[in-house]
Design a protein around this ligand. Structure first.
Ligand code: WQD
Length: 357
């Protein structure tokens, strides 16, 4: 039996694949590499010495996707695949609804057909919108503020309805706060295409000399120093949370939702200070206008996951910065450039186990 990981080549997906392999699971990855690089999975196999069965395909291609269920005995699905740029989702909302919602409907349709009714779903703290207070617990009002966040919220509601219509389903919804950092090897990490939207990859690109200075969005928020506060969580802690969520999903039924955060907020300036302390690298910055749609403060109450999943984030902000820097300094240009990377269908190395198709 194997675990199907959609979007497994992405930042959180690749780190979760690594933990799954280390935890003894067989995994199958479906990824269209539109926002990721197959190199990440090649490196996961190098780090773990284990094979990954890869299907380079789009979840919207139902016929191809069905071959994955025909070819394999799938025990559960961890569903990462989806577009996740907030700004882009505002300008191209249809692309987000089609990619995120339709793809999820198709994967659920096949799961139902092949009686694979166990899913861990990658959601986001963005479903809370601008929280009225902190820390945020799972029962807080849900009010997504952009098409990206609305796709996550709609999918959560679709999954709730799926369980109501068929109580055999077991679904665990994970709401991520701000994942940063990288595997301690420095061999896999966050590799956004183009100029990063998120804070940590922007900082590491400044540190490695690719970007001139950090622009800090807003200095007059009602926070410790006026800059935005977020709950940064090490991506490996997040990945380990997926394995505990998978355990629960495999052994129960119903829909369970958990915040995956540390419960500790850091301001932008505190992150910059921690990065400089952790790495010895100076990060020049300038204060600019606030980014529209940004919350002042957002951090989790992670006690439900602690109690019910026996999960607690273990890594602190200094380790997050050290690991993020090790990845970026070892890989100044991230994974090999897409145009240089080989077509995974042609890759016959021992690192990949490709289906005979
Ligand atoms: C963090 C803080 C910014 C960049 C986003 C998505 C969310 C989730 C995580 C997918 C904020 C400040 C940032 C920069 C800055 N993604 N900042 N200069 O906005 O909390 O969440 O990523 O699920 O859906 O919305 O993360 O890293 O963009 O910002 O000052 O160049 O850093 O204002 O206070 P965010 P972020």
């Amino acid at each position: 039996m194997a675990i199907l990981v959609t979007g497994g080549a992405g930042f959180i997906g690749s780190h979760t694949c690594l933990e799954l392999l280390s935890g003894g699971y067989d995994i199958i990855v479906v990824d269209n590499f539109s926002n990721s690089n197959p190199e990440s999975l090649k490196r996961v196999t190098e780090i773990t010495g284990k094979l990954i069965k890869i299907y380079p395909m789009d979840l919207l291609d139902l016929n191809s996707l069905e071959t994955v269920f025909l070819d394999n005995h799938i025990e559960a699905v961890i569903h990462f695949a989806g577009l996740k740029a907030v700004g882009e989702s505002v300008h191209d909302s249809l692309k987000y609804y089609k990619n995120n919602i339709t793809a999820t409907l198709l994967i659920c349709e096949l799961m139902q057909k092949y009686k694979v009714k166990k899913m861990v779903f990658s959601s986001s703290a963005t479903v809370y919108g601008l929280p009225d207070s902190v820390p945020i617990s799972e029962g807080f009002p849900l009010k997504a503020l952009n098409p990206y966040g609305r796709t996550k919220l709609m999918i959560e509601e679709i999954l709730q309805d799926l369980y109501v219509s068929d109580n055999e389903w077991s679904i665990t919804i994970l709401r991520y706060f701000n994942p940063i950092g990288a595997h301690e090897s420095g061999w896999i990490g966050e590799d956004p295409s183009g100029t990063p939207n998120n804070l940590m990859p922007y900082i590491t690109r400044v540190a490695v000399g690719q970007l001139k200075e950090l622009q800090i969005f807003g200095k007059d928020y009602a926070t410790v120093d006026g800059t935005g506060v977020r709950d940064y969580i090490h991506v490996v802690d997040l990945a380990k949370g997926h394995l505990l969520a998978l355990d629960k999903t495999l052994t129960s039924s119903g829909v369970h939702t958990y915040n995956l955060g540390t419960g500790r907020g850091y301001s932008v300036l505190e992150v910059v200070e921690a990065f400089e302390l952790a790495t010895g690298v100076h990060i020049p910055y300038k204060m600019v206008q606030p980014r529209s749609g940004d919350a002042a403060i957002c951090y989790a109450d992670p006690t439900k996951a602690e109690k019910e999943l026996n999960w607690k984030a273990a890594k602190g902000i200094i380790e997050m910065c050290q690991d993020a820097w090790r990845w970026q300094s070892n890989n100044p240009h991230g994974y090999v450039k897409k145009e240089e990377s080989v077509n995974p269908r042609l890759v016959q190395s021992e690192d990949f186990l490709l289906p005979n198709n």
